[in-house]
Design a binder for this molecule. Structure first.
Ligand code: THU
Length: 122
Protein backbone atom coordinates (compact mmCIF):
# COMPACT_ATOMS: atom_id res chain seq x y z
CA UNK A 1 0.00 0.00 0.00
CA UNK A 2 2.87 2.34 0.77
CA UNK A 3 4.37 1.77 -2.65
CA UNK A 4 1.03 2.37 -4.38
CA UNK A 5 0.57 5.60 -2.46
CA UNK A 6 4.08 6.73 -3.37
CA UNK A 7 3.75 5.88 -7.05
CA UNK A 8 0.40 7.72 -7.22
CA UNK A 9 2.38 10.93 -6.74
CA UNK A 10 3.70 10.35 -10.27
CA UNK A 11 0.25 10.16 -11.85
CA UNK A 12 -0.40 12.40 -14.83
CA UNK A 13 -3.87 13.65 -13.96
CA UNK A 14 -4.05 17.37 -14.83
CA UNK A 15 -7.70 17.13 -15.90
CA UNK A 16 -9.36 15.13 -13.15
CA UNK A 17 -6.82 15.93 -10.41
CA UNK A 18 -7.53 12.37 -9.28
CA UNK A 19 -4.18 10.62 -8.89
CA UNK A 20 -4.06 6.84 -8.86
CA UNK A 21 -1.16 4.47 -8.29
CA UNK A 22 -1.27 0.72 -8.83
CA UNK A 23 1.26 -1.95 -7.93
CA UNK A 24 0.97 -5.41 -9.45
CA UNK A 25 2.63 -8.31 -7.65
CA UNK A 26 3.34 -11.20 -10.02
CA UNK A 27 3.14 -14.85 -9.02
CA UNK A 28 6.95 -15.01 -9.10
CA UNK A 29 7.34 -12.11 -6.67
CA UNK A 30 8.10 -9.19 -8.97
CA UNK A 31 6.40 -5.82 -8.63
CA UNK A 32 5.26 -3.46 -11.37
CA UNK A 33 4.08 0.11 -10.92
CA UNK A 34 1.47 2.03 -12.87
CA UNK A 35 -0.20 5.42 -12.76
CA UNK A 36 -3.15 6.94 -14.55
CA UNK A 37 -2.09 8.79 -17.67
CA UNK A 38 -4.67 11.33 -18.82
CA UNK A 39 -4.95 13.05 -22.17
CA UNK A 40 -6.43 16.26 -23.56
CA UNK A 41 -8.64 13.95 -25.60
CA UNK A 42 -10.23 12.61 -22.43
CA UNK A 43 -11.30 9.12 -23.62
CA UNK A 44 -7.65 8.45 -24.50
CA UNK A 45 -6.71 8.31 -20.81
CA UNK A 46 -5.32 5.16 -19.27
CA UNK A 47 -6.02 3.95 -15.74
CA UNK A 48 -3.25 3.14 -13.29
CA UNK A 49 -4.15 -0.55 -13.13
CA UNK A 50 -4.03 -0.85 -16.92
CA UNK A 51 -0.62 0.84 -16.97
CA UNK A 52 0.73 -1.57 -14.32
CA UNK A 53 -0.73 -4.62 -16.04
CA UNK A 54 0.81 -3.54 -19.34
CA UNK A 55 4.21 -3.20 -17.72
CA UNK A 56 3.92 -6.60 -16.01
CA UNK A 57 2.78 -8.40 -19.13
CA UNK A 58 5.59 -6.80 -21.14
CA UNK A 59 8.03 -8.34 -18.62
CA UNK A 60 6.51 -11.77 -19.22
CA UNK A 61 4.01 -11.93 -16.35
CA UNK A 62 0.99 -14.13 -17.04
CA UNK A 63 -0.34 -14.58 -13.51
CA UNK A 64 -0.94 -11.79 -11.02
CA UNK A 65 -0.90 -12.67 -7.33
CA UNK A 66 -2.17 -9.36 -6.00
CA UNK A 67 -2.69 -5.73 -6.88
CA UNK A 68 -2.62 -2.66 -4.66
CA UNK A 69 -4.50 0.46 -5.77
CA UNK A 70 -4.12 3.86 -4.11
CA UNK A 71 -6.51 6.65 -5.05
CA UNK A 72 -4.77 9.33 -3.03
CA UNK A 73 -7.24 12.09 -3.95
CA UNK A 74 -10.39 10.07 -3.26
CA UNK A 75 -12.74 11.66 -0.76
CA UNK A 76 -13.03 8.39 1.11
CA UNK A 77 -11.91 4.79 0.82
CA UNK A 78 -15.35 3.96 -0.61
CA UNK A 79 -14.31 6.05 -3.63
CA UNK A 80 -10.95 4.29 -4.06
CA UNK A 81 -12.04 1.14 -5.90
CA UNK A 82 -10.91 -0.02 -9.35
CA UNK A 83 -13.28 0.83 -12.20
CA UNK A 84 -15.15 -1.89 -14.04
CA UNK A 85 -12.85 -1.85 -17.05
CA UNK A 86 -9.80 -2.29 -14.82
CA UNK A 87 -11.45 -5.20 -13.02
CA UNK A 88 -11.88 -6.90 -16.38
CA UNK A 89 -8.29 -6.11 -17.42
CA UNK A 90 -6.99 -7.59 -14.16
CA UNK A 91 -9.29 -10.60 -14.48
CA UNK A 92 -7.38 -11.82 -17.53
CA UNK A 93 -4.39 -12.58 -15.30
CA UNK A 94 -6.32 -14.20 -12.44
CA UNK A 95 -5.35 -12.07 -9.43
CA UNK A 96 -6.20 -13.57 -6.07
CA UNK A 97 -6.54 -10.40 -4.07
CA UNK A 98 -6.93 -6.67 -4.40
CA UNK A 99 -5.90 -4.07 -1.83
CA UNK A 100 -7.39 -0.59 -1.97
CA UNK A 101 -6.65 2.60 -0.14
CA UNK A 102 -7.21 6.33 -0.36
CA UNK A 103 -4.64 8.84 0.85
CA UNK A 104 -5.03 7.78 4.46
CA UNK A 105 -3.62 4.96 6.52
CA UNK A 106 -6.64 2.66 6.21
CA UNK A 107 -6.68 -0.04 3.56
CA UNK A 108 -9.01 -2.87 2.61
CA UNK A 109 -8.35 -6.32 1.24
CA UNK A 110 -10.75 -8.12 -1.10
CA UNK A 111 -10.66 -11.40 -2.91
CA UNK A 112 -10.86 -10.78 -6.66
CA UNK A 113 -14.13 -12.70 -6.77
CA UNK A 114 -15.67 -10.17 -4.42
CA UNK A 115 -14.82 -7.36 -6.83
CA UNK A 116 -15.87 -9.14 -10.02
CA UNK A 117 -18.22 -12.06 -9.45
CA UNK A 118 -19.56 -14.04 -12.44
CA UNK A 119 -16.89 -12.48 -14.59
CA UNK A 120 -16.53 -12.82 -18.33
CA UNK A 121 -13.99 -15.26 -19.68
CA UNK A 122 -13.74 -17.34 -22.83
N1 THU B 1 -8.74 5.88 -12.63
C1 THU B 1 -7.78 4.92 -12.49
O1 THU B 1 -6.59 5.17 -12.74
N2 THU B 1 -8.16 3.71 -12.05
C2 THU B 1 -9.45 3.37 -11.73
O2 THU B 1 -9.72 2.21 -11.44
C3 THU B 1 -10.49 4.40 -11.72
C4 THU B 1 -10.14 5.69 -12.35
C5 THU B 1 -8.34 7.21 -13.13
C6 THU B 1 -8.86 7.54 -14.50
C7 THU B 1 -8.81 9.05 -14.49
O3 THU B 1 -7.50 9.46 -14.85
C8 THU B 1 -9.05 9.41 -13.04
O4 THU B 1 -8.83 8.22 -12.30
C9 THU B 1 -10.44 9.94 -12.76
O5 THU B 1 -11.39 9.11 -13.27
Amino acid sequence: MERARAVAQLAYAPYSKFRVGAVVLSDDGRVFDGVNVENAAHPSANCAEATAVGSAVTAGVRKIAAVAVACIDARSIDHAYPCGRCRQILSEFNPEEVYVTDGGAEFRRHSFDELLPFRFSL
